[in-house]
Design a protein around this ligand. Structure first.
Ligand code: HAM
Length: 455
């Protein structure tokens, strides 16, 4: 019997692995342009970290954490998100004392939530996100939203909806909680057992309830916007005005409260419906948090951040054919020894080419030339290197361009120079402002644009 993967996990390999790397690299590059630096927190944390920060009343802590006792009887949890771990890392390493504020970090890696698997929802999935910690200037909030927006635009996702709301300051939220408590107390008998608990722990979480009958009751619940203090309203107005100045379109959604307890003031989500009509839920989300750093034992400084679900991003990009062709592993050379006894020469030739920075694979089976060409084609190799009796005797190889089918004999001593010439950078012969002279010179252009055009 074969052992299959754990429910809600998925294997990422071949082209899909290239797609994940592409998306992650775009996000890393743009985060670095916005002066964020990489952080790699551990996957394992003490369970208490998430209970204290994400919150006892959140679904993530109540139902979705992978929590277990280790051999020393410590309660540990596989991170269900990054933000709490980053807060812990900053406090434990005293970074707020040691570094200029705000501290700006980006991260990427797997997170774990015991949810019901469905389209765009996994139990192990990957998040890419950023946190900007230690400054209370609302411009930090806008900077983080602008980074998220720039990432989505760079990936080609133009029709994204940014839903935004404010949860206000502490006073606003206390007023709102009281109003919700009053409203739901009168209706709680008709609501699910989870909501009964939520009413005690944090009535705000009732707004996340997914039970259809409860959703109907939630529809008429008081709205956050009616309980904001003047200061909270002003701050939100200022953030929205900055977004407008930066031409970042948004929709204020006063039902948006987010499911994690640490948020205060501005919260937001990015939604995108692919042209295939698939709705993967929010592709990313985030917000401001005033008390998280203090909650985990640090100074009273705020933070703001977002996380994208990498699986969801890859899915919408694939649906809308927005993944560039050149992200896939395109092999440069495929070495084809014509018989087992030429394989040692084959691997030596492969290594000469590899040492010069080109990707090379070699056929390890003693098979017919035609079958080797089929394999080269499957691997999308640009060139074949054929080595047989004649070639070994004369210290040569046959170099064949698999796009044009042209071939030439090259002396082993000249191989490096010949290959360098083939891959020499030419100005692009495909662009609108093309002033490329490679075709006039009679040689092939191997730049990426040329490949794309052919594909
Ligand atoms: P979150 O909304 O829980 O926020 O998750 C962020 C993103 O992760 C979601 O928008 C979604 O794209 C993706 N995601 C969530 N659950 C799943 C799942 N089961 N399967 C696949 N993708 C999923 C946070 O995690 C916060 N830490 C974001 C943040 C950072 N707030 C401030 N800083």
């Amino acid at each position: 019997m074969i052992i299959i993967g754990v429910k809600g996990t998925h294997d990422i390999y071949n082209n899909e692995a290239c797609e994940f790397s592409y998306v992650e690299n775009v996000m890393k590059r743009i985060s670095e342009i916005f002066a964020f630096t990489e952080v790699r927190p551990p996957v394992l944390e003490h369970s208490e970290l998430f209970v204290r920060s994400v919150g006892e009343s959140s679904d993530v802590v109540r139902k979705e954490m992978y929590t277990f006792l280790d051999k020393g009887d410590r309660s540990l949890t596989l991170r269900p998100e990054f933000t709490a771990g980053i807060a812990r890392l900053i406090v434990q390493n005293k970074l707020t004392n040691l570094q200029e504020l705000p501290i700006k970090m980006y991260y990427c890696g797997p997170v774990f939530r015991y949810e019901r698997p469905q389209l765009g929802r996994y139990r192990q999935f990957n998040q890419f996100g950023v946190e900007c910690i230690g400054h209370d200037n609302p411009i930090a909030d806008v900077d983080v939203i602008s980074l998220a927006f720039t990432i989505l635009q760079s990936l080609g996702l133009d029709n994204v909806t940014l839903k935004i709301n404010t949860l206000g300051d502490e006073e606003s939220r206390n007023n709102y909680r009281d109003a919700l408590k009053e409203y739901f107390s009168k209706r709680i008998d008709k609501m699910c057992p989870d909501c009964k608990q939520r009413l005690e722990l944090n009535p705000l979480r009732i707004l996340d309830c997914k039970v259809p009958e409860d959703k109907e009751i939630v529809k008429d619940a008081p709205k956050m916007s009616n309980y904001l203090t003047d200061a909270a309203k002003e701050k939100f107005k200022y953030i929205l005005s900055l977004l407008e100045e930066m031409a970042i379109p948004y929709e204020v959604d006063d039902t948006l409260v987010r499911g994690l307890d640490y948020y205060s003031d501005v919260v937001f989500e990015f939604h995108y419906k692919s042209s295939k009509g698939n709705d993967y839920g929010a592709i990313g989300a985030g917000g401001h948090y005033d008390k998280l750093i203090k909650e985990v034992g640090g100074p009273d400084v705020p933070g703001v951040g977002f996380s994208f679900g990498v699986e969801r991003l890859v899915s919408v990009l694939k649906d809308d054919e927005l993944i560039p062709n050149d992200v896939y592993n395109n092999l440069e050379f495929y070495v084809m020894p014509m018989g087992a006894k030429y394989q040692p020469t084959g691997i030596a030739v492969a290594n000469i080419i590899r040492m010069n920075g080109y990707s090379v694979d070699m056929c390890l089976d003693d098979i017919k030339l035609g079958s080797m060409f089929k394999r080269a084609e499957k691997k999308n190799a640009k060139f074949a290197i054929i080595i047989g009796e004649n070639e070994v005797a004369n210290g040569k190889v046959i170099l064949k361009n698999l796009h044009t089918q042209e071939q030439l004999e090259v002396k082993l001593n000249d191989l490096k120079d010949t290959i360098d010439e083939l891959f020499e950078e030419h100005e692009c012969c495909c662009g609108d402002d093309c002033d490329c002279d490679c075709e006039e010179e009679g040689h092939e252009c191997h730049c990426h644009c040329h490949d794309k055009k052919e594909n």
